[in-house]
Design a protein around this ligand. Sequence first.
Ligand code: APR
Length: 233
Amino acid sequence: MELDLTKVKNIVFLTGAGVSQESGIKTFRDQNGLWENHSIEEVATPEAYERDPALVHRFYNLRRAQLKEVDPNPAHKAIGHLSQYENFNISVITQNVDDLHERGGVTKVLHMHGELRKIRHNHTGEIRYFEGQVEESEFKIWRPDIVWFGEAIKCSEHIPEVISQADLYIAVGTSSQVYPAAGLVSMASAQGIPTVEINLERTNMSSSYNTTLLGKAGEIVPEFIEKHLKVKL
Ligand code: APR
C-alpha cells in the first residue's frame, strides 16, 4: 500500500524490546526466558519480591547498571530527531524499561511497564529517580518502579487520549502479543488512521496493520522517516 503521509502531524510510536535490541539490551526471550537459571516468575512478580527481595533487587541492580553500558541506536535517534521538529508532535508509548528513547531525544515517553531508573517506596508510594544500586538495608523499603506480571500497567489513563489525537500509528520491535499493548493497533485503526508495523519478522498481529515493513529497526525506522515524512536525518 502506498502511504500518503504528507498531512501527518501527530505520530504515536508503540515500541517494544526489538527497538532496543541493536543497542545490546538483553531481553528474557533472548535467553529462553531465563536469567541465571531463574524463570521470569522468580524475578518479575510481586510474589517473587515478597519471597526473595535480595534476588529481585540483584536482578534489577544489574539491569540498571547495564543501562550505563548501552547507547541509543539509529532507531531511537531517528525518532528523537523527529521529535525536535515543530511540524510534528511525537509521542512514544513503550513497553521497555530502559531510558534509550529519552537519551535518543524524545521528550514525550509513556513507560507502560515502568522504568529501571525509578524506585518506589513500599509504604509511602513515593517514586524517585535512581541510577545506583539498591543496598541490602533498603531491599524491603524500596522496590523497582517496574510493572511486574499480574500488576496494572502505568499511564493507562493517558494512552487512549494520545492515540485519539494521532494521525499515524507506528509499532516498532514489538511482538504485540501482550495486552493492552496488543489492543492499541485496533484502537488506532478504529479511528481510521494509517497503521504501520516495523519488525524483523511478521507477527501474529501483522494482519491488523495497513503496512508491515520487515527489517532491523535501526535501518527501517530512519528510512521510513526520511522517505515518508520527508525529514533529513
Ligand atoms: N528490529 C526490529 N524488530 C526486532 C529486532 C530488531 N533489531 N529485534 C527483535 N525484534 C522484534 C522481534 O521479532 C519481536 O517480534 O521485536 C519483537 C520483540 O518482541 P517481545 O520480545 O515479545 O517484546 P515486547 O513486544 O516488548 O514484549 C512485551 O512482554 O516480556 C514481556 O514485559 C515484557 O515488556 C515486555 C512485553
